[in-house]
Ligand binder design. Structure first.
Ligand SMILES: [Cu+2]
Length: 270
């Protein structure tokens, strides 16, 4: 077998191994917390792709660096400078085109994911269940799927302040420091800040939305797993920002109703 062919053979073998290992790790190693909302699996699709691309680049580069360290090291009888290399047009075209294609695909795919999560919905038409006033909603993730019945929604008003979240249940006329929601029900939140910019983040739900003073934002989600999850402020908002946390408790509908009825002054459910 000629030498050149032999070299290419090894190169193809190594590239295949890098892709194989990257895909295997990408599909078998999970770095994210449990999926607890209908948005989570959608988001994780994108994360998996980004993770695999990152792995291919990382493993490929590491192999190339280690190989070069040995292959092109200074030999005992070498004293002069290296060869003067000036540009390589085809190489530069290749390493411009490949990343451009990757970035373009990631961009289009991210748009698709954000759309499926409800990020592209017209905000000021889809929140009639939250507020009937003509107040402008500035940003947010609207409902993630169209086939849900609006009457199923649970409306919560979130107030963020240095350094706490408060949850107002308008139908029950009470305020809670913990967010309780029934599993498999869509929750529509209108969020406002009393002071500086905060952000409402639930890693298990894969959702995050800024809460801005004077500009209400909305966030809709549907929890899918019973449990207690942290709500974390994800915007540096002052000296105790790190302590600005709350909990979201996802319960079976009957447990949620018990909790709601214990707190409410009026006799309504949901
Ligand atoms: Cu904060």
């Amino acid at each position: 077998m000629p030498k050149l062919l032999n070299k290419n053979y090894y190169l193809i073998l190594i590239i295949s191994a890098v892709f194989g290992i990257s895909f295997w790790i990408g599909f078998n190693v999970n770095l994210l917390p449990p999926e607890a909302s209908i948005n989570a699996p959608i988001y994780d699709e994108l994360f998996k792709i980004l993770f695999i691309i990152g792995l291919i680049i990382f493993i490929g580069m590491t192999i190339a660096v280690i190989y070069s360290l040995f292959k092109f090291r200074k030999r005992k009888d070498q004293f002069g400078d290296g060869i003067a290399l000036e540009g390589n047009l085809s190489l530069e075209i290749v390493w411009t085109i490949i990343p451009s294609i990757i970035v373009l695909i990631i961009g289009l795919y991210s748009y698709n994911i954000y759309d499926r999560m409800g990020g592209m919905k017209e905000l000021n038409h889809s929140h009639e269940m939250i507020d009937s006033s003509t107040e402008k909603i500035w940003a947010g993730i609207s409902q993630a799927s169209n086939n849900e019945v609006a009457s199923n929604n649970l409306s919560v008003e979130v107030s963020a302040m240095q350094f706490a979240f408060l949850f107002n249940y308008p139908k029950g006329e009470f305020i809670s420091g913990e967010l309780h929601v029934p599993v498999d029900h869509k929750v529509s939140m209108k969020m406002e800040s009393k002071d500086v910019i905060h952000a409402f983040w639930v890693p298990e739900f894969r959702i995050k939305q800024d809460i801005i003073p004077g500009q209400p934002t909305i966030l809709n989600f549907t929890p899918t797993k019973v449990g207690k999850y942290p709500i974390i402020c994800a915007e540096l908002c002052g000296p105790y920002h790190g302590g600005m946390r709350a909990s979201i408790i996802v319960e079976e509908e009957s447990d949620y109703k018990d909790w709601f009825n214990k707190n409410t002054k009026t006799e309504v459910s949901l």
